[in-house]
Write a protein that binds this ligand. Structure first.
Ligand SMILES: [Zn+2]
Length: 409
C-alpha cells in the first residue's frame, strides 16, 4: 500500500513535487493505475461524470446492498503521498484480501476527483456529485485560467450532463473512509488507529480594524489610532478563548496591514478567523464572544471594526452503529480504538447527508500533513488493513446493517 501511494504521488502536475488537482492530466495516470489494481482484484471500474474513480466488487447476490469505501485522489500543492490516496488504496487492498470471496454486500471503492478545493476554490466537488449536490452553479465555477468545472469535465472526456448518473442509488449500506489523522493526537496517545465520532463544525470569518494611518516618527503614542496594535490585542484574545474553552480551536491565520510600511502606523487591518468545535452551540457562542472582544478592543482604542461571516458549517456526526462496528474491528486487529473528533473536513461529511458514514484515522507521524514530509508507519497501515478486513466480516454477519438500506439516498 505504501509503495502504491508513493507511485500515485509521482503522478503530478509539477516535476519533483506532488500536485494533482481536479481532472488534471496526471489524474488520468492515477486512474489507470487504480484500474489495473482494482480489476486484478476482481472489481469492475469506471470513471463517473464527475471524474470520480469507481470500482465495484460484486456481492454474492446481484440485488445485495453495497458498502462504499473511499477517499479523495486530488492533492494540495506540494502534497504528501498519503492524504486521500491511502483510503482509496486501502479499499483495493481489502478486496484483494478477499481473494475472490463474495460477501452478502458489494463493495464500491470510490476515489473522489476533488476534495481539497484547490483548483476551483471550493471543496468536495467529487463527493457532492454522489449526493446530487453538484449543481449548475458549481459546474459554472471557474479556475484561475477561466476554465469551468463543466469544461474541465468535458476536456477529460466525460459528459457533465450525465452528472446525475454519478449519484448514489438507494442500495448503499454505508460509507467508510480511512484517512491519515493529519494531526498529533493518536501519536501522543501511542495508538495506531482512531474512530471519528464527528467532524467539527467550523466558522470562517473576516474582520477589519479601522484606525488612522499616520507618521510613525511624528505621532506620539497617546495620539495614535493604531489598527494593527488593536488587531494584535484581539489575536491574543482569540488564542486565550481557544485555550479557555475545552475542545475549541480558534485561529487567526492571515493578517494584512495597510498601508504596510515600516514608518507608517497601520490605518486598516484585515484578519481571518477560523473557529471549530464539535458542538455547534459552543462554536457559535465562541464566535459571539470573539466579536464582542473585537468591538471592546476597538472602542477602547478609538478604532472601529467590521466583521463578515464567510462560512458557518455545522458539525456532522458519524453513524453510531458503524462507529461501534469499527471499534470492534479495531479491537480485533489488536489495537485500542480511540474515539475522536476530526477538526478537518472530509468527504465523509458530505456523504453523511445521505448515507450512514464513518471514518477511521491512521496515526500521522509528527502530525505532519499537506507536506512532502507526510508519512505513515508501515505497522499502522498493516493494522488498518486488518481492522478493515475485520470490519467487512463484522458487517457481513450483522443483521442490522445487512437489512439497512438507506431510505434517504
Ligand atoms: Zn484528505
Amino acid at each position: 500500500m505504501i509503495t502504491r501511494c508513493r507511485k500515485l504521488a509521482g503522478f503530478s502536475e509539477e516535476p519533483g513535487r506532488t500536485t494533482r488537482t481536479f481532472l488534471s492530466a496526471p489524474m488520468r495516470e492515477c486512474h489507470r493505475e487504480l484500474t489495473l489494481w482494482a480489476e486484478a482484484a476482481g472489481a469492475e471500474t469506471r470513471i463517473d461524470a464527475a471524474g470520480n474513480f469507481r470500482a465495484f466488487y460484486a456481492a454474492e447476490e446481484p440485488e445485495a446492498p453495497r458498502l462504499l469505501i473511499g477517499s479523495h485522489l486530488d492533492t494540495v500543492p506540494d502534497a504528501g503521498a498519503f492524504d486521500g490516496a491511502l483510503g482509496v488504496v486501502l479499499g483495493i487492498a481489502l478486496i484483494e484480501n478477499l481473494r475472490g470471496e463474495r460477501l452478502p454486500f458489494g463493495i464500491e471503492i470510490v476515489g473522489f476527483s476533488e476534495e481539497e478545493g484547490v483548483r476551483f476554490n471550493t471543496p468536495f466537488i467529487g463527493s457532492r456529485a454522489l449526493i446530487g449536490r453538484l449543481d449548475e452553479a458549481m459546474l459554472a465555477r471557474q479556475d484561475a485560467n477561466g476554465i469551468s468545472v463543466r469544461a474541465a469535465i468535458e476536456a477529460f472526456g466525460m459528459n457533465p450532463d450525465e452528472i446525475l448518473e454519478a449519484r448514489l442509488r438507494g442500495d448503499v449500506l454505508g460509507y467508510v473512509e480511512f484517512h491519515i489523522e493529519q494531526g498529533p493526537v493518536l501519536e501522543e496517545l501511542r495508538l495506531p488507529l482512531g474512530v471519528v465520532e464527528a467532524l467539527a463544525g467550523q466558522s470562517k470569518m473576516e474582520f477589519t480594524f479601522f484606525g488612522r494611518a499616520n507618521h510613525a516618527g511624528t505621532t506620539p503614542m497617546h495620539l495614535r489610532r493604531d489598527a494593527l496594535a488593536g488587531a494584535a490585542e484581539w489575536i491574543a484574545a482569540v488564542e486565550r478563548e481557544g485555550h479557555r474553552v475545552p475542545g475549541l480551536v480558534a485561529t487567526v491565520g492571515a493578517v494584512d496591514a495597510k498601508p504596510g510600511a515600516t514608518n507608517v502606523i497601520a490605518g486598516e487591518v484585515h484578519l481571518t478567523l477560523d473557529v471549530r468545535h464539535r458542538s455547534d452551540d459552543v462554536r457559535v457562542a465562541a464566535v459571539e464572544t470573539l466579536i464582542r472582544h473585537a468591538e471592546q478592543i476597538a472602542a477602547r482604542r478609538g478604532l472601529s471594526v467590521q466583521h463578515c461571516m464567510m462560512l458557518s458549517q455545522p458539525a456532522i456526526a458519524m453513524d453510531s452503529q458503524l462507529i461501534e462496528q469499527i471499534e470492534e474491528a479495531i479491537r480485533k486487529a489488536g489495537c485500542e480504538p480511540h474515539r475522536m473528533v476530526s477538526g478537518a473536513g472530509h468527504d465523509a461529511m458530505i456523504l453523511a447527508e445521505k448515507v450512514p458514514a464513518a471514518m477511521v484515522f491512521v496515526r500521522t507521524p509528527g502530525g505532519v500533513s499537506h507536506s512532502p514530509e507526510e508519512t505513515v508507519n508501515v505497522e499502522d497501515v498493516e493494522k488498518a488493513i486488518k481492522a478493515g478486513a475485520h470490519l467487512l466480516k463484522l458487517l457481513a454477519s450483522s443483521p442490522v446493517l445487512q437489512s439497512r438500506r438507506t431510505q434517504r439516498a
